[in-house]
Design a protein around this ligand. Structure first.
Ligand code: NAP
Length: 260
C-alpha cells in the first residue's frame, strides 16, 4: 500500500533509539523527509546513518538537543518549522515507589511526558490546519490503559496528555489534522531492559529470569519488535488515516486483557 506520504516533512522526537527511531525509519521508508532529535549526538548520528541506508534519497536532519527544554524545542522547530507529521516522544520516567518521589520528580515527569508534547502540538498544529494535512502521534504507554504499579510517574503524567489530546483531536480532524496516541506494551528496547534490570535488582533475581517471566506472560510469548511499532505509526500518519483521531491504540501482543 502506498501511504501517500512522499515529500512530507516529519519531526520525530527522541528518535536515536528504540520506538522513536523505528517511527522515523518507517516514515523515511515512505519517502518522508525527517528531522530526528535526541540528546546524544553520537547515537543520533548512528541512527541517521541507519535510516539513510534504509531510505536512500530522503533528507535526514539530526538535531542533538533535549526536547524537554525550551532551547531543545526551539532547535527542533528551527530545523523543522512546518512539519506535516509530529511524533512526540521522550524518555519515560523512572520506576519506583511514590513514597520516594518529591515534587521535583513529579514536575519532571509532567514536564517531559505531558507539557513537552503539548507545547510542540501548540507550535505546529495551526500550520497543519492551514495546510489541510497534519498527523500528530504521541508515544505514550500501555500504562495509560492499565496502570503499572511501579510506574506511577508514567501512569499519572501520561494520563494528563491523554485527556488533553482527547479534546483537541475532535477540533482538528475537520481540517484533516489527526491526533492519536500509540500505547506500547513491552517492546525490545533499551528502556525495557533498563526497567527490567532495575526491578530484577530490587527483587534480587537475575535480569534474564525476570525477562523470561515477562516474555512468557505476554500472550504473544515475545516482546514487540520496534519495527512493528514504526509500521503502525507510519500507517496512522498516512493519507488513508484521516478518519482516525483521538484514539489510544495499544500495541502489546494482547497483554491488556479487556474485551474492549
Ligand atoms: P529507549 O530505547 O530508551 O530510547 C529513548 C530515546 O529517547 C533515545 O533516542 C534517547 O536518546 C531519547 N531521549 C530520551 N530523553 C530525551 C530527551 N529529553 N530529549 C530528547 N531525546 C530524548 O526508549 P523506548 O523504549 O523507545 O521508549 C520510548 C517511550 O516509550 C518512552 O517514553 C517509554 O517510557 C515509552 N514506553 C516504552 C515501552 C517499551 O517497552 N519499550 C513500553 C511502554 C512505554 P538520548 O538519551 O540520547 O536523548
Amino acid at each position: 500500500m502506498d501511504l501517500g506520504l512522499k515529500g512530507k516533512k516529519a519531526l520525530v522526537c527522541a528518535a536515536s533509539k528504540g520506538l522513536g527511531k523505528a517511527c522515523a525509519k518507517a516514515l523515511a521508508m515512505e519517502g518522508v523527509d525527517i528531522v530526528i532529535l535526541a540528546r546524544t549526538a553520537a547515537t543520533l548520528a548512528d541512527a541517521a546513518k541507519e535510516i539513510r541506508a534504509a531510505a536512500p534519497g530522503v533528507k535526514v536532519t539530526e538535531v542533538a538537543a533535549d526536547i524537554t527544554t525550551d532551547a531543545g524545542r526551539d532547535a527542533a522547530l528551527a530545523a523543522c518549522p512546518a512539519p506535516d507529521i509530529l511524533v512526540n516522544n521522550a524518555g519515560g520516567p523512572p520506576p519506583g515507589d511514590f513514597r520516594d518521589w518529591s515534587k521535583e520528580h513529579w514536575m519532571a515527569a509532567v514536564n517531559n511526558n505531558m507539557i513537552t508534547p503539548i507545547l510542540l502540538i501548540k507550535a505546529t498544529v495551526d500550520g497543519m490546519i492551514q495546510r489541510r494535512f497534519g498527523r500528530i502521534v504521541n508515544i505514550t504507554s500501555g500504562a495509560v490503559k492499565a496502570p503499572i504499579e511501579y510506574l506511577g510517574l508514567s501512569n499519572g503524567a501520561r494520563a494528563g496528555l491523554t485527556g488533553f489530546v482527547a479534546g483537541l483531536a475532535r477540533q482538528t480532524v475537520q481540517h484533516n489534522v489527526t491526533v492519536n496516541n500509540l500505547l506500547p506494551g513491552p517492546f525490545e528496547t533499551d528502556r525495557l531492559l533498563s526497567t527490567i534490570r532495575t526491578l530484577a535488582a530490587k527483587q534480587n533475581i537475575p535480569l534474564e529470569k525476570l525477562y523470561e517471566e515477562r516474555r512468557k506472560e505476554n500472550p504473544a510469548k515475545r516482546m514487540g519488535a520496534p519495527d512493528e511499532f514504526g509500521a503502525a505509526c507510519a500507517f496512522l500518519c498516512s493519507a488513508h488515516a484521516g478518519f482516525i483521531t483521538g484514539q489510544n491504540l495499544l500495541l502489546d501482543g494482547g497483554a491488556y486483557r479487556g474485551t474492549l
